[in-house]
Design a protein around this ligand. Structure first.
Ligand SMILES: [Zn+2]
Length: 153
C-alpha cells in the first residue's frame, strides 16, 4: 500500500452543501471516486504522517550522510566497552596474583579504579637529574632535534 491522504471534492461539497472530505485515498488519485470530477478534487495536507515523494528522498539523503558517523560512534562505543572489559580483567588478574598485603591495599581503595595524578604533581615527583637526562637523551631521540648540552653551569 502506497502513501495515502485525505481529499476534498468541490463538486460533492456543493451538492451536499457542506465541506465534503473523502478520507484515506491513494495519493495518486486524480478524480473524485463519487462524482468522477477532476476539477475541484484536491488533496488535503492535514495528516502529520503523510510523507510526499520529495520528503522521502530527503530522508534517504539524510540517512546516507548519517550512516558513516553513526558507524563511527558505534565503533567508539564498542571500543570503550572492550577497554573497560579488558581493564577489569587485567585488574582481576592482578588481584589474583597479588600477595595478601597487596590485596588488602586494593580492598582498602574500595574499587579497582586507578588513581589519577595531575600532570604538575607527576612532574614534581621526577628528580632534577632525571629531568636533565630526559632532556639530553629522550627529547633528542623522540623529536629528532639536537639540544645544546649544558657542559658547565
Ligand atoms: Zn466528488
Amino acid at each position: 500500500m502506497g502513501p495515502r491522504a485525505d481529499f476534498s471534492c468541490a463538486h460533492c461539497s456543493k451538492k451536499s452543501e457542506r465541506p465534503f472530505i473523502i478520507e484515506n485515498l491513494p495519493v495518486k488519485c486524480l478524480r473524485c471516486p463519487i462524482c468522477n470530477h477532476k476539477r475541484g478534487f484536491v488533496r488535503l495536507f492535514n495528516a502529520v504522517n503523510v510523507i510526499g515523494g520529495n520528503g522521502r528522498t530527503v530522508g534517504k539523503i539524510i540517512d546516507q550522510t548519517l550512516i558513516p558517523s553513526l558507524d563511527k560512534q558505534a565503533a567508539q562505543k564498542q571500543g570503550a566497552e572492550n577497554w573497560n572489559k579488558a581493564s577489569q580483567e587485567a585488574m582481576e588478574r592482578a588481584y589474583h596474583v597479588a600477595t595478601p598485603k597487596q590485596r588488602e591495599q586494593i580492598a582498602n581503595q574500595g574499587s579497582y579504579k586507578p588513581s589519577f595524578m595531575p600532570a604538575a604533581a607527576a612532574l614534581s615527583t621526577i628528580s632534577p637529574e632525571s629531568k636533565q637526562a630526559s632532556r639530553d637523551l629522550n627529547y633528542h631521540a623522540l623529536t629528532n632535534r639536537t639540544v645544546k648540552p649544558l657542559w658547565h653551569q
